[in-house]
Design a protein around this ligand. Structure first.
Ligand code: NAP
Length: 289
């Protein structure tokens, strides 16, 4: 397929590389042009509009503000050449996802939401879990692209924003896991047990799953750089979950605690470190950082 890819950050560059490996023609645009030039086999284009056409356009931008700036304020929905489909893969708010679905509908551009689970190495391997929602025939049409980027596409119905709600629910659980490990490690340390030993036991037994093992290894090694998933992007997701919960009258008290702890981490200069650095908050509070 002829694909345009917008946003070559840590995730986007691996996803675009997976599409190239699968034989698709991939025109790429990134705000900082070096990333586009560095991607072997891709066709760098001069503007986002040049990428927003063809059989499908994929966006993998940081957040609501970035997507709004590039797609809405950038005027892409009014450009004469339109993509056959917009596959929106960033983790964004449920509210913006609903708004995008509506304005794409008015502009006559098919839109599906397909946020992802998996870190940059998983994106590079084409092994993401992709959460898709939107018209079923559109998801079918995007299948060759989704299959190139992911191991499995999980479908959640016709309303695109449902995929974003699922993604935010997942990231809420992910950040909760990191917080739990941080507190447990600080508790163990205070009782003379190395946090690394505790996490070695638990992440290889009761909690032997990718999130606990991956982030647990970083916490055990006190290794938070280079970031795979920036802590400030994790904070964005918890805030988005809280806003979406508020909108439907669902209390999420634990998410409120996570938000405050992430603010604590950012206030101590850890916003651009890996999300695992959230564990340093519990450690610092125990007087042992
Ligand atoms: P990243 O490395 O920080 O990359 C962000 C991308 O957005 C870059 O291409 C950046 O361009 C672009 N961008 C930011 N603000 C912009 C603006 N105002 N205008 C135009 N472009 C802008 O982030 P990432 O880790 O790839 O994450 C991308 C998305 O995937 C996020 O929604 C994130 O929550 C989600 N996600 C991440 C992970 C993970 O483990 N990293 C996993 C699943 C989902 P520049 O290069 O010019 O800065």
């Amino acid at each position: 397929m002829d694909v345009g890819f917008i946003g070559l950050g840590r995730m986007g560059r691996g996803m675009a590389a997976s599409l190239i490996r699968a034989g698709h023609t991939v025109r790429v645009w990134n705000r900082s042009p070096e990333a586009a030039k560095a991607l072997t086999g891709a066709v760098p284009v001069a503007s986002a509009a040049d990428a927003f056409r063809g059989d499908a356009a994929i966006t993998m931008l940081a957040d609501d503000a970035a997507l709004r700036a590039v797609i809405v304020e950038g005027g892409l929905l009014d450009s004469p050449e339109r993509p056959g489909l917009h596959l929106s893969m960033s983790t964004i708010s449920v509210a913006l996802a609903a708004e995008l679905a509506a304005i794409h509908g008015r502009a006559g551009i098919p839109y599906i939401a397909a946020p992802v689970f998996g870190r940059p190495d998983v994106a590079e391997a084409g092994a993401l879990n992709i959460v898709a929602a939107g018209e079923a025939t559109l998801i079918d049409r995007a299948a060759p692209l989704l299959d190139a980027m992911g191991t499995k596409t999980w479908r959640f119905g016709d309303e695109p924003q449902r995929a974003n709600a699922v993604k935010l629910a997942g990231n809420f659980m992910l950040v909760s896991a990191i917080e739990a490990m941080g507190e447990a490690a600080a508790f163990a340390e205070a009782h003379g047990v190395a946090g690394a030993d505790l996490l070695d036991l638990l992440t290889n037994t009761l909690f032997a799953s990718p999130v606990y093992k991956g982030y647990g290894a970083s916490i055990a090694a006190n290794r938070y750089e280079p970031p795979g998933f920036n802590l400030k992007l994790g904070a964005k997701d918890v805030r988005l979950a809280l806003a979406a919960a508020d909108a439907v009258g669902v209390p999420m008290p634990f998410a409120s605690v996570l938000r405050d702890n992430l603010i604590d981490a950012m206030a101590h200069g850890d916003g651009d470190k890996d999300l695992a650095a959230l564990a340093r908050v519990a450690s610092r509070r125990s007087g042992r950082a």
